[in-house]
Design a protein around this ligand. Structure first.
Ligand code: ATP
Length: 138
């Protein structure tokens, strides 16, 4: 079955939303296959976000994603990549649809980086690459 990498980013963990995020994904019917709480070092963060190197928000993004513990999870199920991105909502939480994780639980805090609670892989190729970063050997 298809797999995706999901992060509850440091803002979500700090705000106590880990259970709420995992609850929504499990309630949708996807299967949890791996779970870990960890704090990323700069190298691992840069590896995850390599595609954004050179963008104006790259440094703030690394600062943010390494600022505290995050929760990494792998979920499995038919079309889980697309399904989780729908659950997460649009990148910008101000306009993310109500009912989505970002639409219901995040807002603009006026920071240089968009703190939007969750990450989800955007393609099977990204999922394989990201799962290998967080759960090598899975
Ligand atoms: P994610 O990959 O986290 O699920 P996404 O695919 O919607 O979100 P990307 O374009 O991959 O977003 O950007 C990765 C992350 O970088 C975003 O989730 C957000 O935290 C941050 N980000 C993206 N665009 C901007 C921006 N223009 N300004 C500030 N931060 C941004």
């Amino acid at each position: 079955a298809e797999r995706t990498l999901i992060l509850v980013k440091p803002d979500g963990v700090e705000r106590g939303l880990t259970g709420e995020v995992l609850r929504r994904v499990e309630a949708k019917g996807y299967t949890l296959v791996a779970l870990e709480l960890r704090t990323l070092d700069r190298e691992t963060a840069a590896r995850h976000y390599a595609e954004h190197k050179g963008k104006p928000f790259f440094e703030p993004l690394l600062e943010f994603i390494t600022s505290g513990p995050l929760v990494a999870a792998v979920f499995e199920g038919q079309r889980v990549i697309e399904g989780f991105r729908s659950l997460a909502g649009a990148t910008d939480p101000t306009v993310a649809a109500p009912g989505s994780i970002r639409g219901d639980l995040a807002r603009d805090w006026g920071k240089k980086v968009i703190a939007n609670i969750v990450h989800g892989s955007d393609s099977p190729e990204s999922a394989a690459r990201e799962i290998a970063i967080y759960f090598p050997g899975l």
